[in-house]
Ligand binder design. Structure first.
Ligand code: GUN
Length: 448
């Protein structure tokens, strides 16, 4: 057993599997000097104090009434889009991209501008309790490198992608095919040379309409030329006009999902945002490739994209995580993603989901708060191929954790006599905000 260097004493809540919430009222969480969890003990089951805190040299941290939970994992966010958060919410996807997204992302051609604005964005995610974030940057190589440096400097765990766009894009935000591929390779080398497990590169074709077949093929080959393959992230089946456009562009493919697949971009280290309108054959394909789906309900409502049937994906054995999709979604808060996932799921349960057309297979149980919390932690971890590293407090994982203070000054949460731990936790999920997230740890290092 590695030697604990710090032991946290307090209430622990984490999710072991979907709907399986573990609550330990008085836990001792021991962390070694490299930030790895050595053990989690339920101290009420320990015969003596020595059983859980008596390790020479270890610092004992008393959390009192605070609650320790795993850090949130945002499976899909656009770091440059923080600059127009909460604007353009009256437009659907394709108009929103043209009017807001592309002009704002073009400004990131300047690495100095990019660094300043990426710092603001990463801080926001961290302060909202996002210990791991999978970021889209922009097409610009140097600015995307700056995002990597900032993620590392601020101590977050980040998966970062240089975006690829070589067609159907405005002249101020488009690349040559060869340059795009070469810059992606250079970017991957830049990140891997850091040799720091906290930041990893992700191959990031924007979506099928923005990327030509030769570039998609090159990216697919680049991914599997590494062992293990470089992760792949993109958007899939978000909006009905987008889907019609893709099918028109790719008559050789029966479905949107099969376009990614035929270019070698769907595998077990790929994860796709949205997937609202995927048909049965597309879902079967995602399942057979072990590709994850990142559900971004705020964005799906805000851009009037549709309402994903999450329960059906879960029943079909597809990995599902949660994302904010800043700024298709108007907040970097994963608490909001949890809330909106629950609301979206209730909408489906009362017959309002997008599958009113694609066929609902009968009974639909709306997601519970415990399930939505699971998706925001372990669910996203599994989609991002980080399930062995983060997502809950099992021994050997990294200590990526939030210390919650439900009594924090000025926070929106009230605490009443007789509230149980589980009631307080639910109130945090539905009523709390970043003020209740008092401390944030990534691999044992405090970053808030
Ligand atoms: N939500 C969302 N969907 C996209 N599809 C292509 N680009 C984007 C983007 O930036 N945001």
């Amino acid at each position: 057993m590695a030697k604990p260097s710090r032991i946290y004493l307090g209430t622990v809540i984490h999710s072991l599997s979907l709907g399986c919430l573990e609550v330990i009222e008085r836990a001792a969480v021991a962390v070694d000097k490299s930030g790895r969890i050595v053990f989690v003990k339920d101290t009420s089951k320990c015969a003596t104090t020595a059983d859980y805190i008596d390790f020479p040299g270890a610092e004992v941290v008393e959390l009192g009434a605070r609650i320790l939970i795993p850090g949130f994992i945002d499976g899909h966010a656009h770091a440059p889009q923080q600059t127009f958060l909460g604007t353009g919410m009256h437009l659907p996807l394709l108009k929103w991209l043209e009017a807001y997204t592309f002009p704002k992302e073009a400004k990131f051609s300047d690495p100095v501008y990019a660094a300043a604005h990426y710092r603001t964005a990463v801080k926001r995610h961290l302060f909202n309790g996002t210990t791991t974030c999978s970021y889209f940057a922009t097409i610009h190589l140097e600015s995307t490198k700056a995002l990597v440096d900032i993620v590392l400097e601020l101590g977050q765990r980040g998966l970062v992608g240089k975006v690829n766009m070589d067609r159907n894009s405005p002249p101020f935000l488009i690349e040559e095919t060869d340059t795009s591929l070469k810059d992606t390779q250079t970017f991957i080398d830049y990140v891997l040379t850091k040799n720091n497990p906290l930041v990893q590169p992700v191959i990031t074709p924007r979506f099928i309409p923005s990327v030509t077949s030769p570039l998609l093929t090159g990216l697919g080959q680049l991914s599997i030329s590494h062992t293990p393959p470089i992760r792949v992230q993109s958007h899939l089946s978000e909006n009905r006009n987008e889907i019609a456009w893709v099918l028109q562009m790719h008559p050789e493919n029966p479905t949107y999902t099969s376009v990614y697949d035929s270019h070698g971009l769907l595998h077990d280290r790929s994860y796709m945002a949205h997937c609202i309108w995927c048909t049965q054959s597309e879902r079967d394909l995602l399942q057979s490739r072990s590709t994850g789906v990142i559900h971004c309900p705020n964005s799906n409502f805000s851009l009037s994209s549709g309402i994903l049937n999450v329960r059906r994906l879960l029943r079909e054995g597809i990995k599902v995580g949660l994302g904010t999709d800043v700024s298709g979604g108007y907040t970097p808060s994963m608490l909001d993603a949890i809330r909106q996932a629950v609301i979206a799921s209730k909408m489906v349960s009362i017959g309002q989901g997008s599958d009113a057309e694609t066929g609902n297979e009968g009974e639909y149980d709306a997601l519970s708060y415990a399930e939505a919390f699971h998706l925001a932690t372990m669910g996203s971890a599994e989609c991002l191929s980080l399930g062995d590293t983060v997502g809950n407090f099992l021994e050997g994982k990294d200590f990526d954790a939030l210390v919650l203070n439900l009594r924090a000054e000025g926070s929106p949460v009230d605490v009443f006599d007789g509230d149980s731990t589980l009631e307080l936790f639910q109130r945090f999920l539905f009523v709390g905000d970043d003020r209740n997230i008092e401390q944030v740890y990534v691999a044992g290092k405090r970053c808030k």
